[in-house]
Design a protein around this ligand. Structure first.
Ligand SMILES: NC(=O)c1ccc[n+]([C@@H]2O[C@H](COP(=O)([O-])OP(=O)(O)OC[C@H]3O[C@@H](n4cnc5c(N)ncnc54)[C@H](O)[C@@H]3O)[C@@H](O)[C@H]2O)c1
Ligand SMILES: [Zn+2]
Length: 368
């Protein structure tokens, strides 16, 4: 079992990564239960694929539980589902000393963390992520949110989990498309500041996608380490360090907005295309060698991820996509900070990007 500590001052927490950990969840979670009972939030798919094993392990450890099933998919991050979830927690007599268990992907983690933040003025929660995206990204770092009709993740809070339990084996039942989408976030860590990890990805992608246990464990642990380090340095995205995690996300969110944040383009797919665009835009601005941008795109394409507007199924003008970017929550004072790269593993925040130039670039990209 790997143990990575998210070193937040005064309230560090553990991320435990190990094959078959779901089967040991009972023993690991016993210290987090109140009166030997846990409240579990999950979704209909995870309820089918993972909850039975998880619940059996709790029972073996002598723990009782009650479970709330959200509908699977992004639609669950809504006011209506938050209301139902909070009402359920209250009907189960949740207390501030409880550790609510979020068993699922980023959707379950995001809404459960937010519910934990607001119910009874704040109780604890534990993340048991079951998608690759949640294991390498969303379960660590304490960003929680639901969506509103004005946009994605606009209602939320920073609320750190008390523990994160990661079992790579649960990825066996994850649809291939969701696995690839999560892989985009793995690659992201290499592109930000770890060229040697990008080399590793290039060398191990086939093993990883085929479910090789060592490749999975390494990719997840290396990603969590990177995320933990960045979060510990800049928990609330105040100094610019945490903003590095948004590589590919400004372009990516524009594509997601254009496709209605639907399963037409999964978040990780938008990030993959967004990273390829950010690298090509960096080449255009003279920051980055063209060969690096080509390497990035070629690698993402091996995972069958989109790297162009066409393969992301987006047919919109540059001006329209820039319009989406301006609605992005990261905008400040009419300008947009962009994450660009001097090369693989050399991402930096550019604050002088001309949005008209970005629109022209995106119009040129339509021909690709
Ligand atoms: N909080 C953060 O820091 C952060 C970071 C990145 C993304 N996010 C959020 O995460 C969400 C996306 O997360 P996601 O990609 O995990 O999506 P998701 O939670 O919707 O999961 C994807 C699909 O896989 C199913 N599933 C989950 N685990 C499974 C398993 N083991 N076997 C079979 N099916 C399984 C789910 O039911 C769902 O249908 C978005 O809402 C995004 O905004 C949050
Ligand atoms: Zn992301």
């Amino acid at each position: 079992m790997d143990r990575i500590i998210v070193g937040l001052e005064g309230r560090p927490y553990d991320v435990l990564i190990g094959q078959g950990l779901i089967g040991k969840a009972g023993a690991l979670l016993a210290p987090f239960a109140r009166d030997e009972r846990l409240l579990i939030v999950t979704d209909t798919h995870v309820g089918q694929h993972v909850l039975p094993r998880f619940a059996a392990s709790l029972q073996e450890a002598g723990l009782g539980y009650a479970a709330h099933l959200l509908p699977a998919g992004e639609g669950a991050k809504s006011w209506a589902e938050l209301e139902r979830l909070v009402d359920w927690l209250l009907s189960e007599h949740v207390e501030r000393s409880d550790n609510i268990v979020a068993l699922g992907g980023g959707v379950v983690g995001d809404i459960t963390g937010f519910a934990a933040h607001v119910v009874k003025r704040g109780c604890h929660f534990v993340q048991v992520p079951t998608t690759l995206l949640a294991q390498v990204d969303s379960s660590v770092g304490g960003k929680t949110a639901i969506n509103s009709c004005a946009g994605k993740n606009l209602v939320g809070a920073f609320h750190q989990p008390a523990l994160v339990l990661i079992d790579p084996d649960v990825l066996d039942t994850l649809p291939r498309r969701d696995l690839a989408a999560g892989y985009a976030e793995v690659v992201k860590y290499g592109l930000i500041d770890a060229p040697e990890f990008f080399d590793w990805c290039e060398a191990h992608i086939d093993a990883f996608l085929a479910g090789d246990a060592d490749a999975r464990r390494h990719a997840i642990a290396r990603s969590v380490e990177a995320k933990a380090r960045i979060v510990a340095a800049d928990e609330k995205e105040l100094t610019g360090t945490r903003a590095l995690l948004n590589l590919g996300h400004t372009f990516g969110h524009a594509l997601e907005a254009e496709t209605g944040y639907s399963d037409r383009l999964l978040h990780g797919e938008g990030v993959a295309a967004g990273m390829a665009l950010a690298f090509r835009y960096s080449v255009r601005r003279g920051h980055c060698p063209a060969t690096d941008a080509e390497r990035v795109a070629a690698h993402l394409e091996k995972a069958r991820l989109p790297t162009t507007l066409r393969t992301a199924h987006v047919d919109a003008s540059g001006a329209r996509l820039v319009e989406h970017m301006l609605h992005d929550k990261k905008k400040s004072g009419g300008t947009l900070p962009f994450l660009l790269a001097n090369g693989i593993g050399q991402t930096f925040l550019a604050k002088d990007v001309d949005l008209g130039d970005v629109a022209t670039f995106l119009d040129e990209e339509r021909a690709r």
